[in-house]
Design a protein around this ligand. Sequence first.
Ligand code: FAD
Ligand code: NAD
Length: 405
Amino acid sequence: LLKPKIVILGAGYAGLMTLTRLQKTISVNEAEIVLVNKHDYHYETTWLHHAAAGTLHHDRVRFNINNLIDRNKVKFIQGTVVEINTDKNKVILENDELSYDYLVIALGGESETFGIKGLKENSFAIVSVNAARKIRNHIEYQFATYHTEGEKSDDKLTIVVGGAGFTGMEFLGEITDRIPKLCRDYDIEENQVKIICVEAADSPLAGFDSDLVKYAMAYLEGRGVQFKLGTRIKECKQGAVIVQSGEEEEEIKAKTIIWSAGVRGNSVIDRSGFEANKGRVIVQPDLRAPGKDNVFIIGDCSIVVNKTDNSHYPPTAQIAMQQGVTCAANLTKLIRKKSDLEAFVPNIRGSVCSLGENDAIGIVYGKKVVGSRALFMKKVIDNRALYMMGGASLVFKKGKLNLFS
Ligand code: FAD
Ligand code: NAD
């Protein structure tokens, strides 16, 4: 008898959670499972700010996919998805084509530049291991060449971070940890370095607890970050950003420009004819795409509506992983010809924003935490994600085991 074929696209939080759950519940005879991912490794997207600042080596934030899968049940294909044809049940890869009976789209997000002139070409975004590695090397190069290139220009040591959401704030925490070391390595006075954070809203982390936000801002300011609030990046050129606050415009020269002010879903979604808002599809309660009963969309490519106020949940790893659990349960039901699919209900436990190695802020189960307690919680969350995907051995290999320092 021909087995149904399940194809999972993307080995991030959503895809890997689906896969690891499926390989536990489904027997070899029940279905063929195929996982497709651009690289042969998974990376912890939530740790990329470490790799980008250079506070953790990029090998610490990734692990090999083959070590995680049950090869009796799962076939891994390294490939880049270009487009999906849901009428023909086909996935088009850069160098191949795949057919499926059931599809899980878990391709994650991309940077969104809102059409701002010059931004794509002249700024960096913290979106992958390759991108993070490039940022780390670029920053280090500016320090390394400060004394060797003809005229010293201070904009070599200026870093602009556009957007003080969670990603921007976490990167600022890491880079302020790294700067003293870079200064020591390259004989540079710390006061030569400028870190400017440009945020369009009147506050960083808009909507988050205001006491915690003040705490985080004061901490980062104490470490040399200059915040320009109510100021938006309007244009980006090679080595400069043009920012606007009210009627006033200013050009800030900076050799390093990090754009952390917007995420969108994957452009594969747009190319594949789904009704979407910036690459994100409002999914049905059981996580299937509207009108497509054999296609699940989860993680940053999906939009989950909060029933209480019709708002959209922000795209997070927390939700992506929980969706993976529901998606695997629903796929199992479909394979076993059951029709009572589960509705996905997010269980938001809170969020913690790290501020480098020595401080953090957060709300966990409704309680505010700062300092060592918040740092402890952050490491527990990070290790838990590894545990959920790869069990205790993965936590021992890649985990943050220094819980109390
Ligand atoms: P991802 O985990 O990004 O995985 C997508 C996968 O698809 C990747 O393996 C990628 O290589 C692959 N892929 C992409 N395109 C293709 C293609 N065309 N073909 C084949 N493969 C492809 N959320 C939290 O809840 N807590 C946090 O603390 C947190 N911290 C964050 C810190 C940073 C620096 C960033 C950038 C984000 C953070 N987030 C956090 C958000 C969180 O990382 C995302 O919401 C989450 O990664 C979404 O999971 P996903 O599975 O949809 O996508
Ligand atoms: P975001 O969309 O949450 O924040 C972007 C920020 O950029 C906003 O503060 C916005 O006002 C600002 N902005 C937008 N346009 C601008 C412009 N032209 N100039 C200057 N500022 C501008 O993006 P993010 O921080 O990358 O977060 C993406 C998702 O990932 C969110 O859901 C977030 O919760 C999640 N995340 C969570 C954590 C965590 O829990 N620790 C860490 C990182 C990301």
